[in-house]
Design a protein around this ligand. Structure first.
Ligand code: COA
Length: 435
């Protein structure tokens, strides 16, 4: 078979694959499990050996360390990093201004690739080649299809343990410059701890979700608590950015069957997955799961084509007018915008749709109120006050959409932690909000 011949020709060690990256390359990788661990290690080794010069890499929710983030000053002449969504591995160097951050909303990233970014090299992890010479990009739709079209050089790591998703971007062996083989278990997301607060918030949201709703649940313990509280519902649908374990549990217990969806009826649609081994096994060769490109999945218009869309996302802080920050603590980038706004907008346009921004009322052991008169200086607005819908803490639900400044301030103060309500009221009065 011709594919087998190509396979033998293009198979190399990770070090040999990484050695193909020319100096001064702009390298890109995609979200979470799309990142090729062994190629990252080989890139790090080239930096250590000083054999890679003046390269730049743009990354998204990093799972594996790259020297441009862990030791950015030492390796500045070799590799510089830019994040499009910070993780624990990139936050510090971005915060220190040594690595960079590129603001974006997730559904627009493929357009940025098409129109603005020069992609010399795309590095990605994939599942083993099929009998037609295609590698599936496993559990990731995201931006990969666009990277595959635009990149001058495609380098892949073929991981024996990457699940095969029937509907995910594929790349043919003939398009790949080189690849290495790997065999490692995919990292799993630590199981979220559902404490009293997240369970209370989860229940407050779940009781407002009707049978037949189409769900997007974000990352973290609160969206997971919502998922857990929905097990007695019927005919839920899933059209989401990230496929989570709680959604797989909803499918397995019969609460979600995707039967009421207007588009992709009977199918679970996401743009990437990250969770447990059990979830990866669920996705493997499952014809009812589709990992589709983010400019389709997270496009607010696509989202709105399903009825009763319910979106649940978290936040770091909110001001009394309803401006939501979910990405930075002051001017220090903590995460990114991701698809929060995409789903707030999609839910807004969906017939019967609603979006929830949910968070515990305080942070840092009750010392900080997450509801504030003003956002902390430097904070980025992730969801604007014109589009925010419902805000939830363990003290209740504030419906902001369609409400005035004064009504919003009053309702938000009523769901703030009791220790901060007087102070918030005082500030609201000073701001002329207590009409
Ligand atoms: N001021 C200071 N610190 C704060 C804070 C505030 N207002 N709010 C939270 N923190 C701290 C917490 O104490 C915690 O610190 P620790 O790690 O030292 O305990 C840390 O920040 C994280 O807070 P937490 O509430 O645990 O965050 P989370 O893991 O639930 O994530 C977001 C919340 C907002 C960061 C996350 O949901 C996100 O990145 N959202 C943006 C993207 C998005 O919504 N995408 C949607 C589709 S997946």
């Amino acid at each position: 078979m011709q594919f087998q011949r190509l396979y033998e020709e293009k198979r190399m060690s990770a070090a040999e694959v990484a050695a193909l990256i020319p100096d001064a390359s702009q390298i890109y990788s995609d979200i979470f499990l799309a990142q090729p661990k062994t190629l990252y290690e080989a890139i790090n080794n080239r930096c250590l050996a000083d054999s890679m010069r003046s390269c730049k890499i743009t990354t998204f929710l990093d799972l594996y360390p790259l020297v441009c983030y862990t030791e950015p000053i030492r390796f500045a002449k070799n590799l510089q990093g830019t994040s499009v969504f910070c993780s624990g591995l990139t936050r510090k160097s971005v915060g220190q201004g040594i690595a960079d951050y590129c603001p974006n909303t997730y559904w627009d990233q493929p357009a940025l690739i098409r129109e603005y970014w020069d992609i010399d090299v795309f590095v990605v992890s994939a599942s083993p080649m099929d009998s037609h010479g295609y590698f599936s990009l496993g559990v990731t739709g995201s931006c990969s299809a666009e990277y595959l079209k635009k990149a001058k050089m495609i380098l892949i790591e073929v991981n024996q343990q990457m699940p095969y998703c029937a509907e995910a971007p594929k790349v043919h062996i003939s398009e790949v410059r080189a690849f290495c083989e790997a065999d490692y278990a995919l990292p799993v997301l630590p199981e979220p701890k559902l404490d009293m607060i997240s369970t209370t918030i989860g229940n407050l949201i779940a009781e407002r979700i009707p049978d037949g709703a189409c769900l997007q649940l974000g990352i973290g313990s609160i969206p997971d608590a919502v998922g857990m509280a929905l097990k007695s519902k019927k005919h839920l649908g899933i059209h989401t950015e990230m496929l989570t374990d709680s959604m797989v549990q909803l499918i397995e217990c019969g609460a979600a069957d995707n039967s009421c969806k207007s588009i992709h009826q009977g199918k679970t649609v996401a743009t990437f997955a990250y969770g447990s081994k059990r979830m990866y096994d669920y996705i493997d060769h499952n014809p009812s799961v589709a990992m589709l490109p983010v400019d389709y999945v997270n496009n607010p218009y696509t989202i709105s084509r399903n009825e009763r869309v319910v979106s649940v996302n978290a936040a770091l802080e909110i001001d009394l007018s309803g401006q939501v920050c979910a990405e930075s603590i002051g001017n220090h980038m903590f995460s990114g915008s991701g698809g929060q706004l995409d789903y707030v907008r999609g839910a807004l346009m969906s017939p019967g749709g609603m979006s929830f921004i949910a968070f515990p009322s305080t942070a840092k052991g009750n010392t900080i109120s997450k509801i504030k008169p003003f956002l902390t200086p430097g904070a980025g607005v992730t969801t604007g006050r014109n589009e925010v819908d419902m805000v939830v803490t363990e003290y209740g639900v504030a419906k902001l959409r369609g409400r005035s400044f004064a009504q919003r301030a009053k309702d938000l103060i009523s769901i703030a932690h009791p220790d901060f309500r007087d102070e918030l009221m005082f500030e609201a009065q000073k701001m002329g909000l207590m009409i």
